[in-house]
Design a protein around this ligand. Structure first.
Ligand SMILES: [Zn+2]
Ligand SMILES: [Zn+2]
Length: 261
């Protein structure tokens, strides 16, 4: 009979085997495992099952071999901020904030990968979806509900982050200023939306629009320069309206005289 295994004094990575420990019972209580008291280089002592120490070829082949105490094994570096943190389970990031940043970076990387292979990737997906929505009313309704939900969540996320909100607004302004047709496009989209509305929807929408206009006008008029700017803007607006009225009246006159002939 071979002498009982003695690991005392053996070293495995950061672990030094100090002494034999009482056997450890399995969760069911039916099996007992040999165990050793080990000391980690960090100073902590722990009882570990003999089978997790890589002292023979069959143990070294195991996936759960350890070479440091549970505390040292739980020490991780955050992949985003590089801070040390402790987690028994595998985690790549130290906090929810870092996890969010990593998720965003991964999404952007995915986006760029896709676009590098096929610049029209997202355009194609949107076109396919639009075609399917045009042919399938049920799908179109589902898609619309999904998109409005996504939009709501996006707005909430934006509002929760003032810095990002300001940046997004700034970028939108830049895009708007760079596009000579931006105003016309916006107006056309609004007209299309209005044309598709039922009278009740239109009433509700115009009430909301008036309210939002009133709010922003009050905000602008809260300073003397703002009041002046508002007055100038309204003067210009009235002038444009009057011009439009004149043009419409002229059109009407021309049409009538053509009909009379
Ligand atoms: Zn340790
Ligand atoms: Zn972090």
């Amino acid at each position: 009979m071979p002498p009982p295994l003695d690991l005392r004094g053996r070293r495995f990575g950061k672990l030094l085997v100090v002494d034999k420990a009482p056997d450890v019972l399995s969760a069911s209580g039916k099996t007992s495992y040999r165990a050793w008291l080990v000391q980690c280089d960090c100073g902590r002592q722990e009882v570990v099952m003999a089978q997790r120490l890589p002292h023979c070829a069959s143990n070294r082949a195991r996936k759960d071999v350890i070479e440091a105490c549970s505390h040292c094994r739980a020490q991780r570096t955050c992949e985003v901020c590089g801070r040390w943190f402790e987690s028994a389970l595998f985690r790549a990031t130290c906090s929810d904030a870092c996890a969010l940043l990593q998720k965003r970076a991964n999404n952007m990387a995915y986006h760029h990968r896709k676009v590098a292979v096929d610049p029209e990737h997202y355009k194609r997906i949107h076109a396919e979806r639009a075609a399917r929505a045009a042919a399938d009313t049920e799908f179109a309704l589902r898609l619309r509900a999904q998109q409005s939900e996504q939009g709501k969540r996006k707005r909430e996320r934006l509002k929760a982050d003032p810095h990002r909100y300001a940046r997004t607004l700034e970028r939108a302004r830049e895009r708007y200023a760079a596009d000579p047709f931006a105003q016309a496009k916006k107006r056309a989209a609004r007209d299309a939306r209005m044309a598709a509305m039922t009278p009740e929807q239109y009433a509700a929408w115009s009430e909301r629009a008036r309210e939002s206009w009133r709010r922003s006008a009050n905000k602008v008029r809260s300073t003397p320069e703002g009041r002046q700017r508002y007055r100038d803007y309204m003067r210009e607006y009235m002038r444009q309206q009057a011009l439009r009225g004149l043009v419409a009246a002229g059109d009407e006159l021309i049409k009538r005289s053509l009909n009379d002939e």
